[in-house]
Design a protein around this ligand. Structure first.
Ligand code: PRP
Length: 204
């Protein structure tokens, strides 16, 4: 792996100095030299917000079966942190859809690749998304899931760009209002890279 120049021990830790947010190059080996415009959301900021979302979700579902449905792949880190902050019984399952290829703009195509095995009927369904961009993915999925007679169907998105022209459903739980930039990290990728960043960065 290509590494930015500097002493080796500067690159060995998992933490990144988020005070480097701004237009400077972020020195992180996980970026493999890719310049980022800025760190949009730091790891501490994300942790705090995920904890708040967990509390809000706990309070919102006092009774009934809760199935937290993670939309892969982008939600995998967010979901794993979020469910540990929800203080009530729940089940977890996943579904896979794909709306983007390796490009930085939406193809407009939503492809279902994996359907949850868990029964949705009669349960509170909380669909967990990493980011709502055009809203095409969510609209398609919510149409499909609502046909399965859930007790309730809500969305929790870590990021929401609020530019969606195609979203016919409200997003009940939103982590952050996101800038209309190409964001990577904390599950979000560019061409499958950078999902493992513990912060969310805006690519140049
Ligand atoms: C990304 C992202 C959202 C969706 C948002 O998924 O994770 O699911 O696009 O875009 P939209 O609001 O314009 O539909 P992607 O299809 O890239 O798959 P991934 O989750 O595997 O990265």
């Amino acid at each position: 792996m290509r590494r930015p120049s500097g002493p080796a021990d500067r690159w060995s830790g998992i933490s990144v100095n988020v005070s480097m947010a701004g237009s400077r190059t972020v020195e992180d080996p996980r970026l493999d030299g890719r310049p980022v415009k800025r760190i949009a959301f730091g790891s501490d900021q994300i942790s705090t917000r995920v904890r708040e979302l967990g509390c809000a979700i706990t309070d919102a579902y006092p009774v009934g079966d809760l199935l937290v449905l993670g939309l892969l792949k982008g939600s995998f880190i967010f979901l794993s942190d979020l469910v540990r902050e929800i203080r009530r019984p729940l089940q977890v399952d996943f579904l896979v859809a794909s709306s983007y290829g390796d490009a930085m703009e939406s193809s407009g195509t939503v492809r279902l690749v994996y359907d949850p095995e868990t029964t949705l009927e009669g349960k509170h369904i909380l669909l967990v998304e990493d980011i709502v961009d055009s809203g095409r993915t969510l609209s398609r999925l919510l149409d499909l899931l609502s046909e399965r007679s859930p007790r309730s169907l809500e969305v929790c998105a870590l990021l929401h760009k609020h530019v969606a022209e195609h979203l016919r459903y409200p997003t009940k739980f939103v982590g952050f209002d996101a800038p209309n930039e190409f964001l990577v990290g904390y599950g979000l990728d560019h061409a499958e890279n950078f999902r493992h960043l513990p912060y969310i960065a805006s690519l140049q």
